[in-house]
Design a binder for this molecule. Structure first.
Ligand code: 3PG
Length: 332
C-alpha cells in the first residue's frame, strides 16, 4: 500500500483535502510565451519529476487557443507574464495551483482563481537582481545619449528616486549608492524608517516630494486599480531639469497622455521603459533620443533570474502538494 500523505488547503470555512498518493500522475504545465532558459526548464523538470509529476511544456505560443487546450488537464501551472484569465481558469478543470515565476501577478485573474479554489502564488525576489541591473543600465544608456555621439553626463552625484521600496527597489537603491548616487525613496506601505536608513537611503514623505527631487526616477510600483495611470503630467513635469523616468515596472501605471504632454512641454525630460507603451511608435518618432522602449520586456531575461524564479516555482508546487505550504499565496 502506498503511504497516503494528506494535506489540507483551507478556503474560508470549506476544507479541501487532497491525498498526495492520488496526485502522483499530476501534470505540471509550463506555459511561457516568453520561454525560460533551457537550464531553468531542466531544473523545473528535475524537481517535478522527482516528486512523480509529469511536466508538459507550452513555449512561444502565439494563440490563446493553444493555452486553453494545454491547460485542460493540468493540475498545476507555471507561467511568466502569460495571461491567466477567467477563460483559462474555466478551461483548466483539474487546476489546483498557478505559480507566476516572477513578482507581478497582475496577469492572473485572482477572483476567478479564488472562485474555483485555485491557489495563486508568485516567487517574490527571485528575479529582482536582473531587473535592478537593467534599471541602472537604462539610466546610463539615457545619460550617454543612447550610446550615440555627443557629450553625455554621469549618474554619480545625481539624485536617484525609488518609487516603491520592495525587492527590486531596494536593490536599485543599493546599486545606485555604489555608483555614487544620492538615493531617496518613497513607499506608502513601508513606514519603518530603519528599512531605508539601514541602506543609507533617505525616505521622503510623499510621492510629490520624490518626483520633485529625482534626477532619475526608478519605478517599482505594481499595476493595481489604485496605481494604474497614476504617473502622469503633474508628477513628470515637477521633475528637475534633465530628469529621466525609468520604468521597469508596468506600462499600465503610466498615464500615456500625461507623459506625452510632459515630454512635449519639457524638452529636457526623458523616458526609458522596459514595457512598451501603447503608442510606442508614435512616441519614438516624436521624441527621438529622449524616448526608448525595449523591443520585448527584458528585465528578468537573464539565465540567473530564469533559474531562480523557475526552480522556485517548481519547488513551491511540490511544497504545496506535499506539505500544504501556501507561504507565497497571493489570493488568500
Ligand atoms: C515580474 O513581474 O517578475 C517581471 O516583470 C518579469 O516578468 P517576465 O517573467 O514576463 O519577464
Amino acid at each position: 500500500m502506498p503511504t497516503i500523505v494528506p494535506y489540507t488547503y483551507e478556503k474560508k470555512e470549506e476544507k479541501i483535502v487532497y491525498f498526495t498518493s492520488l496526485l502522483k500522475d499530476m501534470k505540471v504545465l509550463v506555459a511561457t510565451e516568453k520561454p525560460f532558459a533551457a537550464e531553468a526548464v531542466n531544473g523545473i523538470k528535475e524537481i517535478c519529476e522527482a516528486a512523480g509529476y509529469q511536466v508538459v511544456l507550452l513555449e512561444k505560443y502565439t494563440d490563446k487557443a493553444q493555452l486553453l487546450e494545454a491547460v485542460a488537464d493540468a493540475d498545476a501551472l507555471i507561467i511568466r507574464s502569460d495571461k491567466v484569465t477567467a477563460e483559462v481558469i474555466e478551461a483548466a478543470r483539474n487546476l489546483k495551483i498557478v505559480v507566476r515565476a516572477g513578482a507581478g501577478y497582475d496577469n492572473v485573474d485572482l477572483a476567478a482563481a479564488s472562485a474555483r479554489g485555485v491557489v495563486v502564488m508568485n516567487t517574490p525576489g527571485q528575479n529582482s537582481n536582473a531587473v535592478a541591473e537593467l534599471a541602472l543600465a537604462m539610466m546610463i544608456y539615457m545619460s550617454r545619449n543612447r550610446f550615440t555621439a555627443g557629450t553625455g553626463s554621469e549618474i554619480q552625484g545625481k539624485t536617484l528616486g525609488i518609487h516603491a521600496y520592495g525587492n527590486v527597489g531596494k536593490l536599485v537603491g543599493r546599486k545606485g549608492k555604489a555608483m555614487g548616487m544620492n538615493v531617496i525613496a518613497y513607499d506608502p506601505f513601508i513606514t519603518d524608517d530603519f528599512v531605508f536608513e539601514n541602506d543609507g537611503v533617505r525616505k521622503v514623505g510623499s510621492v510629490e516630494e520624490l518626483y520633485a527631487q529625482s534626477d532619475f526616477l526608478s519605478l517599482h510600483i505594481p499595476a493595481t486599480p489604485a496605481t494604474k495611470g497614476s504617473i502622469g503630467y503633474e508628477l513628470l513635469s515637477s521633475m528637475p531639469k534633465g530628469a529621466t523616468l525609468v520604468n521597469t515596472a508596468r506600462k499600465e501605471v503610466i498615464d500615456e497622455q500625461g507623459l506625452e504632454k510632459a515630454l512635449d512641454e519639457r524638452t529636457d525630460l526623458k523616458y526609458i521603459t522596459d514595457i512598451a507603451p501603447d503608442a510606442v511608435e508614435h512616441l519614438a518618432e516624436k521624441f527621438g533620443k529622449r524616448f526608448f522602449a525595449t523591443p520585448k520586456k527584458m528585465g528578468a531575461e537573464t539565465a540567473e533570474a530564469n533559474i531562480n524564479a523557475g526552480l522556485a516555482a517548481a519547488r513551491q508546487i511540490v511544497d504545496f502538494f506535499v506539505n500544504g505550504t501556501t507561504k507565497f499565496q497571493v489570493n488568500k
